[in-house]
Design a protein around this ligand. Sequence first.
Ligand SMILES: [Zn+2]
Length: 265
Amino acid sequence: MESNDDLVKRRRFGEHLSAGARQLGLGLLDPLYPPTCLNCEAPLATPDTLCAACFAQLRPISDPLCPRLGLPFAADIGPDAISAEAMADPPPFGRARAAVVYDEIAGTLVSRLKYGDRPELARFCARLMAGAGHELWQGGPVLVPVPLHPARQWSRRYNQSAELALALGKLTGLAVDTSLVRRARKTRQQVGLSGEGRQRNVAGAFAAHAEVLVRAAGRRVVLVDDVYTTGATTKAVTRTLLRAGVEAVDVMTFARVVIGADMPI
Ligand SMILES: [Zn+2]
């Protein structure tokens, strides 16, 4: 079976050919790469979306949910009820929201977004995030992507969180600040680490911009990332911003791991 990575590489090769052809004005080559579903590659009339069958398999996260962690509740247990997770381990951020449950299809989209160099995919994800995060946009917060270490960004050429934040900024009209916080220390990738290992891995890894108080004066920050897994990364960035004097931080991700749902991590 072809792995996600193989699919991504094959698509990238096709896209590079196609983009190169466009730059040369050879639009005639484009029909070789007709729009396909971002998940199953079924042919589509419009590019950069999912076919109806795959779209129906995405699991949007909507009310009722935990107001702090954004975890979906099976039943409405009242407007102020928070999840057991949020009670046991209160997060440093105010509210976290995600557009969809992290499952197989969401995982494919995130993997292609991360390694596939596809800004169009960021626009698709951002459309879902703009709706799911509507409560967070009130009061005109500034959108701040979770940063990559410069070395990793250089090798990947691309910070998927920044692409999501920029696409979300265009859709919501909110300001985006891609350098309000940076990675001061290179960390190993979180994949494969336990919850506690993830926390240790990112502790002290971030630094706020020296002018953070000027640039975020009187405004909340909404951190933007692709996936919320244990929250270790977003919590570490939140603590960095709060220590630097930012008043409040919320978190918006495209997908969220929900315990009990399938997790292809
Ligand atoms: Zn499909």
